[in-house]
Design a protein around this ligand. Sequence first.
Ligand SMILES: Cc1cc2nc3c(=O)[nH]c(=O)nc-3n(C[C@H](O)[C@H](O)[C@H](O)COP(=O)(O)O)c2cc1C
Length: 321
Amino acid sequence: MKKLTAFLAALVLCAAVLPAFAADAVSSATLNITELPEIRENPDAKILVIYFSTDDTVKAAARTIADALDADVFEAVPEIPYSEADLAYYTNCRADKEQADSSARPAISAWPDSMEQYSTVFIGYPIWHGQAPKILYTLVEGIDLDGKTVIPFCTSASSGAGSSAKNLQAVSAGEAEWLDVTRINNRSTAEDIRAWALSLGLEGEKTMKMMIGSTPVEVKWEDNDSVAALKELAAGGLEIRMSMYGGFEQVGPIGSRLPSSDVQTVTNSGDIVLYSGSQLVVFYGSNSWAYTRLGHITDKTPEEMKTLLGNGDVTITLSMD
Ligand SMILES: Cc1cc2nc3c(=O)[nH]c(=O)nc-3n(C[C@H](O)[C@H](O)[C@H](O)COP(=O)(O)O)c2cc1C
């Protein structure tokens, strides 16, 4: 629900800040917000941008979307490339014939390795005679879109997107949530397209990453105000110079006071706590004191923690990624 609220807020912002873009550069008004599914429930699931392009217009848009959303890209390359003559429309060229033939399914030279890891799939294409090129039909019949959110987008010389995406959806395998197609106008700049992609609220949730010296460690962070404040500091990159103490911990100044809710705590190896509101403490042994729990390192044994922290002072780096 948070995603939906963020999406709606972004749309309102977009309409207010980018009237020209919303009105004519990209027809984002066609996005069907009343039936918007809850997209990217799983923040670890990835985004794939699939496109077909013969003259780089769709390709450029696809690259911009992928850059903005840190998504993977897959180009649907025809087994038999389209020559210039094949694309000379209204000359009864190959493309004209394919578009007029409801059974035409031009072969694709390679397929995505796997669709499993993707929760959201953009599908981009040029408009050919008011519809998606037939190679897109080959594509959506051949990949598994079941359970995914599909975001179609297209470019054209002047026509609207019309029924192009609905007709693709009709032949597509599996049950997917298709958003209404967005036509990217020829006058749209990369910045317009980027703003539109970001307005969809699809970016993965950032997580706080921790390094002890040069060793990355997996942390299960607590869901509390102290960790929220620490994440804000980590967003700018935070280095904490730690010092060994007591044969069981390393402690270092965060450089700011964080909200705290100290309670008497028995700590274990791998625990990360806030001490005195402004000190980060990481344990390779055990202690009993009043702390605010911040998290726990989940991928290191007590021996590994001792090796990491028990051999001299370290620097801890926190970042958002
Ligand atoms: C076979 C063919 C048919 C086309 N039909 C239309 C059309 O019906 N309406 C339109 O506005 N543009 C049409 N176009 C133009 C393309 O949609 C437009 O140039 C598009 O942006 C090309 O994208 P691309 O550079 O990624 O290939 C057609 C182009 C071709 C090659």
